[in-house]
Design a protein around this ligand. Structure first.
Ligand SMILES: Nc1ncnc2c1ncn2[C@@H]1O[C@H](COP(=O)(O)OP(=O)(O)OP(=O)(O)O)[C@@H](O)[C@H]1O
Ligand SMILES: O=C(O)[C@H](O)[C@@H](O)[C@H](O)[C@H](O)CO
Length: 165
């Protein structure tokens, strides 16, 4: 079964939309940040962006989760900012990306509005600089974060259903 990867920069709604999508589908949800080694979380918490070397082991761990969930399906979040990161995730098996995309001011406001999250708003611009949006030849959908989460979930399920035989 297809595993859905909910992608996008910090604050784009991956956790909110991903967990709602998993609930609607009755499949397991896994949180991207749970796959980061503690050093990565510490680095971001102290205001330093991750680089490719920091991200490879994390991406491979998520690809392993994708592989383990091919039989049941599942939803996993992952910022998956660059196309070559998504190539690593695709090695895990059948994946479909839901890219949550939206304006910087809304992202900053949403990051600012949540409490107790390790990710500083100061890292948003580095996230946007790294972002290579989902391309037309990559399986998936780009959704607008100005839509409510339930509408994004509806649209994702409709698009995904169109692709199933
Ligand atoms: N479509 C939406 N409309 C309105 N508010 C939203 C939407 N999606 C998420 N939010 C709110 O925006 C904030 C950020 O969302 P969330 O934590 O799910 O993002 P995230 O991409 O998982 O972030 P991170 O990767 O930094 O952990 C939360 O307070 C959430 O309630
Ligand atoms: O690749 C990265 O830079 C990271 O995965 C980040 O995107 C954060 O962990 C996440 O968004 C939490 O705010």
């Amino acid at each position: 079964m297809t595993v859905i990867v909910v992608m996008g920069v910090a604050g784009s709604g991956k956790t909110t939309v991903g967990s709602a999508l998993a609930e609607r589908l009755g499949v397991e949800y896994a949180e991207a940040d749970a796959f980061h080694p503690p050093a990565n979380i510490e680095k971001m918490s102290s205001g330093h962006p991750l680089d490719d070397e920091d991200r490879w082991p994390w991406l491979h761990a998520i690809a392993a989760w994708i592989s383990e969930h091919q039989a049941t399906g599942g939803v996993v979040s992952s910022s998956a900012l660059k196309r070559r990161y998504r190539d690593v995730l695709r090695t895990g098996g059948d994946v479909w990306f839901l890219h949550l995309d939206g304006p910087r001011d809304v992202l900053a406001e949403r990051m600012q509005g949540r409490t107790g999250h390790f990710m500083p708003v100061s890292l948003l611009d580095s996230q946007l600089a790294d972002l290579e949006p989902l391309e037309t030849d990559e399986r998936g959908l780009i959704a607008d974060i100005l839509e409510p989460p339930s509408a994004i979930v509806d649209r994702a399920l409709t698009e995904l259903a169109k692709e199933q035989p």
